[in-house]
Design a protein around this ligand. Structure first.
Ligand code: C2E
Ligand code: MG
Ligand code: MG
Length: 582
């Protein structure tokens, strides 16, 4: 070992010198014979010093200049690369724990990557603790890792960042934007190709792929420097837009995209026109991670698909949706566990208060939230499709309750139970099948049942509705048009639907006492219905005054808090018996 090292490390032991020299030679030859790069190092004031190393090690770990100047020959004047010196300085090497780190020698064209292991030697050399340092070429594994990373972050078809890649880009921008106050400087535009799946199905997936590549190219052409494009879903693209002139930049970009997409695409010798929906969200202080901004843009996109306009995300919508989603989960469970129940509101004659039937209304007592109004949970049920099982349950339970009432009094009560049927039930559920099933299970008689269909549901699906109504009539079931006065309210439409009852909505009734026009309109509705042999039920009667007015107007039946609130089954039958005594 050269003297300068022994001097700097301060361990010159004369008596052991002869033996140590022999050991040095042996260690040096041992290292030289190794077929892989290796060095024996020690530390002086935390600075790593190479005691011995082989040529393979010098080629990798020394500074290029030093390597050129001193071809190795038992000389230890190897200058470790400064980056390595820095990495080794605080190397936490202990007796039982080797230290490992990755290192890429800088400079060379094709950069290599080494995993370096530093292991403490069991015995000392010249009284110094020594370490074996072995760099292992890890380039292939590193390249594989980087290819895998590329694959994870990129869409192989278009070469664009995929959803994960796009999210990473967003995260970087969000991290930069966070803390800068003021107007939004970044927007995310989400673009969805309308009816893309039809192109895929009718022209094949190869043509579908071709279209996606062409769309990606067109979208890329609207980008300005700094904007980024990604494919964030099957037929969805995202643009990360930096805003120089505020929100107007986004509207401008959206218009350009719409214009670009309006030119047909040439696909398989055909000119194919593709529509797209566009929604966007703006960076603000609520945004923590990329998923927030992407989710907002996709909520706006969902609106855009419904409205056919470019839509911007409204702050707060996500939490409303989240609330709705958790309500949906809870409602699903409530239906499965039988946690819903029905209450019954009397429908009666306003003249003599005799009850002719009850409307069954769903109630839900939520474990944490307490009673949740059907005004809140019925729309959730409709949107999620839960209205189908809920509707079946409401029909069956009300039929069974009515049968219990009959049993209780010992005869067949001359009244009907009215059950609400939503538009979706009308469309999705096979109502006829449901009714037949319930009939088979309970022995129900159609003459005891009324179905309430809202005015808007009937208007939305007129043909379907007419055919359902006719089938129900064959079974003796009557049909009420519910909430009349809240939708189209076209009197001429009444002729179209062979309905039995018309329920005039309570919003209409609320100002009967003050508003002469409301009175005139209600009179017209009642007289028109009467001409068509449709019975009228006025909903929401809350006062004696309202009762008197509707009696003057000649309506047939009434319903409202003035007469009775919706009641649990046992109270409802008691109310019936008390009202219909003689
Ligand atoms: P709807 O079918 O028009 O039912 C009448 C609603 O008016 C009921 O509200 C009833 O409690 C309320 N009401 C009755 N009289 C008065 C009154 O004098 N004043 C006031 N302010 N309100 C009165 P509810 O029970 O909250 O139900 C709301 C809506 O939820 C129902 O309107 C119906 O559309 C829907 N719904 C309830 N149960 C079901 C069900 O089982 N299936 C379906 N599809 N919809 C249901
Ligand atoms: Mg109703
Ligand atoms: Mg109603």
């Amino acid at each position: 070992m050269p003297d300068h090292i022994l001097q700097t490390t301060g361990v010159m032991n004369g008596s052991a010198r002869h033996f140590d020299e022999a050991l040095d030679n042996w260690q040096q030859s041992y290292l030289s014979a190794m077929p892989f790069p290796a060095a024996l190092i020690t530390f002086n004031n935390k600075k790593p010093i190479v005691l011995f190393c082989n040529q393979l090690f010098t080629d990798i770990a020394s500074e290029p200049k030093a390597a050129n100047l001193s071809p190795w020959e038992g000389d230890t004047s190897v200058n470790l690369h400064p980056e390595l010196v820095a990495a080794l300085k605080y190397a936490p090497v202990s007796q039982d724990k080797p230290y490992q780190f990755d290192w890429m020698p800088p400079g060379s064209q094709k950069r290599r990557c080494y995993k370096i292991t530093v292991t403490m030697m069991p015995c000392q050399t010249h009284g110094m603790t020594c370490y074996l340092m072995v760099p292992v070429d890890n380039t292939q594994a590193a390249e594989l890792r980087s290819t895998m990373r590329m694959k994870i972050l990129r869409d192989s078809l278009t070469g664009l960042p995929n959803r994960i890649g796009f999210s990473r880009l967003l995260d970087d921008v969000i991290a930069l934007e966070k803390g800068t106050k003021g107007t939004a400087a970044v927007a995310v535009i989400a673009i969805d190709l309308i009816r893309f799946s039809r192109i895929n199905e009718s022209m094949g997936s190869v043509v579908g792929d071709e279209l996606l590549v062409s769309v990606a190219r067109r979208l890329a052409s609207v980008l300005r420097p700094g904007d980024r494009l990604g494919r964030i879903g099957g037929d969805q693209f995202g643009i990360l837009l930096s805003l120089n002139l505020g929100t107007s930049d986004v509207w401008h970009a959206a218009r350009r995209i719409k214009a670009l997409m309006s030119t047909p695409f040439n696909l398989a010798n055909l000119k194919v026109k593709v529509n797209c929906a566009i929604g966007f969200s703006l960076m603000d202080e609520r945004i923590e991670v990329s998923e927030d901004l992407l989710r907002d843009a996709q909520i706006a996109l969902k609106h855009a698909k419904e409205t056919d306009h470019v839509e911007v995300y409204n702050v707060g919508e996500a939490s409303v949706l989240q609330k709705r989603f958790s309500l949906e989960t809870d409602l699903r469970r409530a239906i499965e566990n039988g946690d819903l129940h029905l209450v019954y509101q009397p429908i009666l004659s306003p003249y003599n208060k005799r009850v002719v039937g009850f409307e069954a209304l769903a109630r839900w007592n939520h474990e944490q939230l307490g009673p949740v109004s059907p005004v809140e949970f019925i729309p959730v049920a409709e949107e999620s499709g839960l209205i189908v099982p809920l509707g079946r349950w409401a029909l069956e339970s009300s039929v069974r309750t009515q049968q219990q009432w009959d049993k209780q009094v010992g005869y067949t009560l001359p009244m009907r139970v009215a059950v609400n049927v939503s538009a979706l039930q009308l469309m999705r559920d096979n109502l006829m099948q449901v009714i037949t099933d319930i009939k088979n299970q309970t022995g129900m008689n159609g003459e005891r049942l009324t179905l309430e269909l809202t005015e808007s549901a009937l208007m939305r699906y007129p043909e379907q509705s007419v055919s359902v109504i006719n089938t129900m009539h064959e079974l003796g079931i009557k049909i009420s048009m519910d909430d009349f006065g809240t939708g189209y309210s076209s009197l001429s439409y009444l002729k179209t639907f062979p309905i039995d009852h018309l329920k005039i909505d309570r919003s209409f009734v609320a100002n009967l006492a003050e508003d002469k026009t409301a009175v005139a309109i209600t009179r017209a509705i009642i007289s028109m219905a009467s001409t068509l042999s449709i019975k009228t039920i006025v909903e929401g009667i809350e006062t004696l005054e309202q009762r008197k007015i509707i009696m003057d107007l000649g309506c047939d039946y009434a319903q409202g808090f003035y007469f009775s609130r919706p009641l649990p089954a046992d109270e409802a039958i008691a109310f019936y018996l008390a009202s219909n005594k003689n």
